[in-house]
Design a protein around this ligand. Sequence first.
Ligand SMILES: O=c1[nH]c(=O)c2[nH]c(=O)[nH]c2[nH]1
Length: 298
Amino acid sequence: MAAKLAVHQHGKSRVRLGRTWIEGSVHHFVEWKVQSMLESNMEHAFLTSSNKGMTATDTQKNTVYYVAKKCSQRCSAEEYAIELAKHFVSEYPLVSRAKVWVEEAPWKRVDVQGQPHNHGFCKNGSEVKSVYVSFAEGKGIEKLTTGVQDLTVLKTTQSGYEGFLKDKYTILKDTNERIVATSITATWRYSGELKSCKEYDRAFNDVKKTLMLKFYGPPDKGVYSPSVQYTLFEMGKAAIQAVPEVESIYLNLPNLHFLPCTPVTSKFENDVYIATSEPHGNIEAVITCADAQPHAKL
Ligand SMILES: O=c1[nH]c(=O)c2[nH]c(=O)[nH]c2[nH]1
């Protein structure tokens, strides 16, 4: 049977860097893990022994640092990813599309003696900001998404799950009182480029704040969740309504179960749980503005 090279790409993964920007006495800091992937007319590297015209993955790695240096003003992970992807397409004639992923570690400016520190940071929380850009020759930015991974959240009440199908395989009982815990992965697509680092930060923080509000509800009373599915849609819908630049959002919410525990000689009184991480439920959906195309998980 004849065989052909159907698709191909090559890139560099897990290139890690730190970047500081100094504005007067205030320092800014980010840590990024970058992946690049190039689509190109370099079939010959797969089909023959020639590497002519090839942008080596080592060169891609060096370019990750070079473009970070070139971003002389404080910039967002989105702006950096756009610059890097543009660079590959404009610099190399054989490259037709560059795809760039950036994961930003959760370093936050630290407060000391009640004040934001000029140059001190601490890792706050588990969540990682994730950015994806696809930039093609003749088309420019084709896709720009931002998101969070590993945003781990829990509430001890105001959650239940009732009325589901019961058959001979079912053991789970209806409940209107349970712990709900999840580790949120979200990616959302912007309708286009935003204007500045501040705009990207504002949009990111507004989406995150909205997701949190819909998961937890107001601080005093919370909000009842009849299922992870219902809460997921409420979260996505609210993000789209709160941040006009967002036209599509993908949400994945694993249901990390805390199971009722009945220690010997006692009964369960919503107090002791068996903590588990597997197996876990897995609920996901894409929510869009009424007329927008959904985007796939990236
Ligand atoms: O919110 C939930 N959604 C489900 O689909 C499901 N399935 C399950 O066993 N528990 C839950 N909880």
